[in-house]
Design a protein around this ligand. Structure first.
Ligand code: OOB
Length: 565
């Protein structure tokens, strides 16, 4: 069943061809500067398990997993995956809610050199089918049910529609579905996972997993992150955020998202030997008691949740005395709300402006209040290179607004299997075009001022306009569709779809919502509002002017009789 190590060299060579990485001179520089330390995730866990052994690594509901238990379970699952035929470089779509199995699964896959492809809990048939097909996933890992949703039903549909998908594995009960539970897989594996049985295929320069991009094009892009680059971002994030073995990090956001995963997030915490607490939901009802019970010292929220916490804390006066740092990021946090955090929650605010492609900016814990409240931080590393440019890629004057370009030791050089797109999304000298409009202060702090990418940031959830437009265009009554952001007091932005119907055909907003749901699009991508019109305003080169659409929407929304659906 298992090939010799050499046989996998070809598989790795193919994988690395599909994933553009750093030019060799840069890679050598990052190595010799000690940024890339040559550690794989599997080695990291092995080391922490030896060092921290019985210390609690992960708390999730009634389950408390020690470092030793996490290592042991990951090892047994790894053996189980190998026995199923999952081999180095194979892709496995992992859609996990905030349960401890997220960790046993991903460390199992890291160990055999298979690549987790991170899906989000809210993803549905449309997204998962695409991820499985595009990554040619061999397996798909799900929870049984969560928050009233049965992932097994979704997986049954995916399995039927994606013939290359061989296995569905369930955290919890497979029920009547013909899927294998992780527990059973682990039991079957027995003891063979113990050293020195394990061959080591995995190198720290290899791609460790594929992360999902927020996207701005029709189909989501996959982000290849290596052990070396990600580990560096964890180590540096830990330094900035003061994460040590005493830290208790609570993941309130979905754990597979890059922010709670690595900034410094759950992986940074495990790197430091701290304790991870998984909140089933981020609401004050669920999260406040957990903070008090487990003495949580740091957590991360998107702005709308931070607003909800601020509101709830004023009313309930919860015990948040252990909380030292609240990180807020994923979307712009208003200065007004930012200025209330310390007073209301009794902890330090840290603004985090990051992206799954790499670059993460933090305000520092000892920064003056003015900086913490009014900026989105500065790059975590002196090795991050940033440029702020105008439409012709010319550098703007200091302090002026322009698009942020970046490259560095943990920012990707290209998406997975996306040659044509990469040519546009990266400059010839390897800078990633973030699509964000920023200005940089004299001290090097960034303020996010808007965006040029065609994306809606719905309270941290990213919606690629083109993806939703393509689904709408498939409706027989829709002649043209254009999705734009509309301002929202809680979420920052929501999505509005402008629709031109085909002559003589009718469809209401409710019809189109139902249609999108029927196509398996996840709920957060379903437009919040529909506007029907006869024509779209155009730019002078004849493209749809989304700016004009946004302006007409604003005008309607502020008009006293503005109709909405
Ligand atoms: C994080 O990652 P993604 O990949 O979901 O989204 C990245 C985009 C950025 O390009 C920017 O448009 C927006 O999200 N964004 C912010 C922001 N943080 C992210 N816009 C304004 N202010 C902020 N603080 O969202 C992410 C990844 C790692 C850490 C934190 C966030």
């Amino acid at each position: 069943m298992t090939k010799s190590i050499n046989a996998y060299e070809q598989d790795y060579a193919q994988l690395m061809k599909d994933c553009p990485t750093w030019p060799s001179d840069k890679a050598a520089e990052y190595c010799s500067a000690g940024l890339w330390e040559g550690l794989t995730f599997s080695d990291m866990l092995a080391d922490r398990a030896a060092r921290y052994s019985e210390k609690t690594a992960v708390i999730s509901g009634e389950n408390r997993l020690s470092y030793a238990a996490l290592y042991d379970q990951a090892g047994r699952l790894a053996e189980g995956f190998l026995q199923l035929g999952v081999k180095p470089t194979d892709r496995v779509v992992v859609q996990m809610t905030n349960r401890y199995e997220f960790f046993t699964v991903i460390f199992a896959l890291f160990r055999i050199g298979a690549l987790p492809v991170f899906a989000l809990p809210l993803h549905r048939l449309s997204e998962i089918r695409y991820l499985c097909e595009f990554s040619e996933a061999k397996a798909y890992v799900i929870p049984d049910t969560e928050a009233g949703f049965d992932y097994r039903g979704l997986a049954a549909q995916v399995k039927e529609q994606v013939p290359t998908l061989r296995h569905v594995l369930v955290a919890g009960e497979p029920g009547a579905f013909p899927f294998l539970s992780l527990e059973k897989l682990m039991k079957q594996a027995g003891k063979r996972h113990e050293e020195p049985y394990w061959p080591s295929y995995v190198e720290s320069g290899h791609v460790a997993f594929l992360q999902l991009s927020g996207g701005s094009t029709g189909l989501p892009k996959l982000i290849p992150r290596t052990h070396d680059d990600y580990m560096y971002s964890l180590r540096r994030s830990n330094e900035i955020c003061g994460i040590t073995e005493q830290s208790v990090y609570m993941a309130a956001l979905p754990v597979a998202h890059n922010f709670p995963l690595s900034s410094p997030g759950v992986l940074g915490t495990l790197y430091a030997g701290g304790t991870v607490v998984l909140a089933p939901r981020p609401s004050p009802d669920d999260a406040f008691p957990l903070v008090a019970k487990e003495r949580v010292s740091i957590t991360a929220l998107v702005p709308p949740l931070a607003l909800v916490w601020l509101e709830a804390a004023v009313q309930r006066r919860p015990d948040l005395s252990s909380l030292q740092v609240l990180q807020v990021g994923g979307a712009k946090f208003s200065a007004e709300a930012a200025s209330r955090v310390q007073r209301v929650l009794g902890c330090r605010l840290q603004q985090v402006y990051g992206m799954a492609e790499g670059l993460v900016n933090y305000t520092r814990l000892d920064d003056a209040n003015d900086i913490v409240v009014n900026t989105q931080g500065r790059p975590m590393s002196d090795w991050d290179e940033i440029r702020v440019v105008d439409e012709d890629d010319a550098q703007v004057a200091p302090g002026e607004v322009g698009e942020l370009l970046t490259r560095g030791p943990y920012t990707i050089r290209g998406y997975y299997k996306a040659e044509a797109h990469n040519a546009k999304a990266f400059t010839a000298d390897g800078y990633y075009r973030t699509g964000d409009l920023v200005k940089v202060s004299e001290q090097g702090y960034l303020v996010v001022d808007g965006r040029v990418k065609d994306q809606i940031n719905r309270g941290g959830d990213k919606i690629a306009a083109e993806e939703v437009e393509n689904h709408l265009l498939a409706h027989p009554a829709v002649f043209d569709a254009s999705l734009v952001a509309m301002p929202d007091a809680l979420l920052g932005e929501r999505a509005c779809a402008f629709i031109i119907l085909r002559e003589g055909l009718v469809a209401t907003g409710a019809d189109l919502k139902a249609y999108l749901r029927g196509r398996g699009l996840s709920a957060y991508k379903i437009p919040d509002r529909f506007e029907f019109t006869d024509a779209f305003p155009q730019t002078n080169v004849g493209k749809v002017s989304k700016k004009a659409l946004r302006e007409s929407l604003q005008a309607q929304m502020s008009a006293p009789t503005g109709a909405s659906q």
